[in-house]
Design a binder for this molecule. Structure first.
Ligand code: ZN
Length: 254
């Protein structure tokens, strides 16, 4: 048999053998999706979203400039030295509260805060950028308060927090200094509801929505929003996928 023909037969055989494995891999993780924009992400076979283990793997897009694609979860982390070079005060966005975010976040944070205020659902910043060493303190605080296993559900180990990216904010209501996690469900408060309806239009995605813990690895956090920019946020919103699953399929697993 000519070499070229043998090669193509081998290729066919390899393809035939790989089909069941791919179908299986796409099985339970590929939830039914209805939006047409998602079809691209849902239609092809993807490696399954990794389980919520507690590994310490360097994330694939771990450079500050790759911030839109950077996936951090209970397994994947950025380095201890990861620090955005353009942190500025959230006050530059004319929003209440304190903390720092990356300059790239400011314009849309300002626009969103203004729109929320105009709608009578004002928002403020409860917590924004956290360095690796600040995250050590935050995580240890939760461990002391709730125990290690429980802390893992609500707080990230150092290097694994989206707050270290400088693009993530925990919001609260502008009308009250009460921490959003001290509400029974901040997501049903006027400001929280407004955010759920509107924030994606300004480039923000809720990383840990309700009832999705198995996929996101964290409990429901209606206050925790990550900025990915308007075009990508629109795609994530239309996909109906959690941000973790979206980033995995679109970037990390490719
Ligand atoms: Zn947060």
């Amino acid at each position: 048999m000519p070499l070229a023909r043998r090669r193509s037969l081998l290729l066919l055989l390899a393809l035939a053998l790989s089909v069941p494995a791919v179908a299986q891999a796409a099985g339970p993780v590929a939830a039914p999706l209805t939006h047409t924009a998602t079809t691209r992400l849902a239609g092809a076979a993807f490696p399954p979203l990794p389980a919520c283990d507690y590994q310490d793997l360097q994330t694939r897009f771990g450079k500050v400039r790759a911030w839109r694609r950077t996936m951090v979860d209970t397994n994947l982390r950025v380095g201890a030295g990861y620090k955005p070079f353009d942190l500025v005060s959230v006050a530059q966005a004319g929003i209440g509260g304190s903390g720092q975010v990356r300059r790239v976040v400011i314009d849309d944070l300002r626009a969103m805060a203004w729109a929320a205020k105009k709608a009578g659902k004002g928002i403020a910043v409860r917590s924004a950028y956290r360095s690796y060493s600040q995250q050590i303190a935050v995580f240890n605080g939760w461990v002391a308060r709730e125990g290690y296993q429980q802390a893992l559900l609500f707080s990230a180990r150092p290097g694994h927090s989206e707050h270290q990216l400088g693009t993530t904010v925990d919001f609260r209501s502008a009308s009250s200094a009460t921490a959003p996690w001290d509400y029974s469900d901040w997501g049903t408060s006027p400001s929280g509801r407004w955010m759920q309806d509107t924030a994606w239009k300004y480039g923000w995605i809720m990383s840990y929505p309700k009832g999705m813990t198995k996929q996101t690895c964290y409990g429901y956090e209606p206050w925790h929003w990550r900025y990915v920019g308007r075009p990508l946020a629109q795609e994530v919103h239309r996909s109906g996928l959690t941000l973790r699953k979206f980033l995995w399929r679109r970037f990390e697993s490719r």
